[in-house]
Design a binder for this molecule. Structure first.
Ligand code: HAM
Length: 420
């Protein structure tokens, strides 16, 4: 073998390996989402990770950072341009249209879990492969759908143990009133000397003026302080819609903050948009984001039906929650003599079949090192199999907390756990 072949191969930058106990926190969050979302009538949609590039260009928007700079796109062997999904909403919309789900039900509630891919600069809370929990309601334009979705999101965040979060809310208007607002923004940007903005914003001010609202460059933020506010421009219908959403949140005791600068980084949004922000995780502070996308299905060649949804970033939730405390296990089987090896393994498997959780060391070792292993596994009982126990078909059960031990007939091993 050459020296080169023996070099270790590293993971791709911005991607991560998630081992226990961290992976257990991911699982716990996914299970909580499944449980809560199903109470609200959501079913799981399992989507491909790979879609045609055009899907994202058309839905997220050609001029967005995601499409311009952050997609993992490549040509397949037949020269077709494919992209690893940077988000899930476009795929949900595509699947909903392609499978004509709208024909069978008036309103569809779908959630999807899994990895997303964005070629961003990795930093704390920002990865190139990250995981989202997505929920989408398709087919309802009612403001009650917005409120229900937000209540489900806050219920989920509360249920997993997050409390000190801020819900930012805005309305981006609809296809009737938004053009008037965009004109006002355009006039503002022209009046503010364009040169005062960063090069990205100078470009954005011509292609997609709304993007100037979420520029992170200090001088642009300062310049935008006097910019028009969307909430002053939205039409009566949008205003009424937004009012119902706010009233329902008020009546449910959900606190929120109106943030007229919240434009989101994807172009498909209309009307209600929102983000959940944490003050505890540094600059990448949004743990969830979403909004209404009433024109998206039509833009993708589907029926003119509305939709609203959100996505939570699992990495950021895990950062806030920390890792799960290791749960420990019920037993550790300590094998002290070679003839006990098989019996030990079978005893462990039998107990697991009975619903207990435990470990065996596979190898014969001294009692001292077996007890050390039992402690390492946080086992509540150590089941010792030495020469005497093998001869008498018994097992010696040691309580790892009190140190008490007693012998039990092996076929009665389950009784050791009575009352645990
Ligand atoms: P988004 O705001 O782009 O929205 O992403 C949602 C959440 O995903 C963010 O709030 C953040 O927690 C997490 N996230 C995004 N990028 C990264 C990253 N590079 N590393 C770690 N976490 C990240 C969407 O994706 C929309 N599809 C949400 C939606 C669903 N709108 C309607 N329906």
């Amino acid at each position: 073998m050459t020296a080169k072949a023996m070099e270790i191969i590293h993971k791709v930058k911005g991607f991560s390996d998630i081992f226990p106990p961290r992976s257990e926190t991911y699982t716990r969050l996914e299970e909580a989402a499944r449980q809560i979302f199903s109470r609200y009538g959501f079913g799981e949609l399992r989507l491909p990770l790979l879609e045609k590039t055009e899907l994202f260009a058309r839905s997220i928007g050609d001029e967005t950072d995601i499409v311009q700079k952050e997609m993992y796109s490549f040509q397949d062997r037949k020269g077709r341009s494919l992209t690893l999904r940077p988000e899930a909403t476009a795929g949900v919309a595509r699947a909903y249209i392609e499978n004509k789900i709208y024909a069978g039900q008036e309103v569809s509630k779908l959630y999807t879990l899994g990895p997303m891919f964005r070629y961003e600069r990795p930093q704390k809370g920002r990865q190139r492969q990250f995981h989202q929990i997505n929920a989408e309601i398709l087919g309802s334009a009612a403001p009650e759908a917005d409120a229900e979705l937000l209540l489900m999101l806050t219920s989920f965040l509360k249920n997993i143990g997050l409390k000190a979060l801020v819900l930012d809310l805005n309305s981006l208007g609809c296809s009737k009133c938004r053009p008037v607002f965009i004109e006002a923004v355009d006039a503002f940007l022209r009046s503010e000397e364009r040169a005062g903005f960063c090069p990205d914003c100078q470009q954005r001010s011509q292609t997609n003026p709304l993007r100037t609202y979420d520029c992170k460059v200090d001088r642009c933020r300062e310049n935008m302080k006097g910019a028009p506010r969307i909430t002053d421009y939205i039409c009566l219908d949008c205003r009424d819609h937004f009012q119902v959403v706010k009233d329902l949140l008020d009546r449910s005791g959900v606190e929120y903050r109106i943030n007229p600068n919240l434009v989101r980084g994807l172009d498909y949004y209309q009307r209600t948009t929102f983000e959940v922000i944490s003050r505890d995780i540094g600059s990448q502070s949004a743990v969830a984001g979403g909004g209404r996308y009433d024109g998206l299905l039509k833009d993708l060649g589907g029926p003119d039906l509305p939709g609203i949804g959100f996505a939570c970033g699992l990495e950021r939730l895990v950062m806030l929650l920390g890792e799960n405390e290791p749960a420990g296990c019920d037993f550790f089987v300590a094998v002290l003599v070679p003839e006990a090896k098989e019996t030990g393994l079978l005893l462990a498997c039998e107990l697991r079949e009975q619903g207990l959780c435990g470990e065996t060391g596979f190898e014969v070792k001294s009692l001292k090192s077996q007890l050390r292993l039992a402690n390492k596994h946080l086992a509540r009982k150590c089941l010792i199999l030495g020469q005497e126990e093998m001869a008498g078909s018994t097992v010696l059960a040691k309580d790892m907390q009190t140190g008490e031990q007693h012998e039990v007939a092996r076929e009665k091993a389950l009784s050791i756990f009575d009352g645990l």
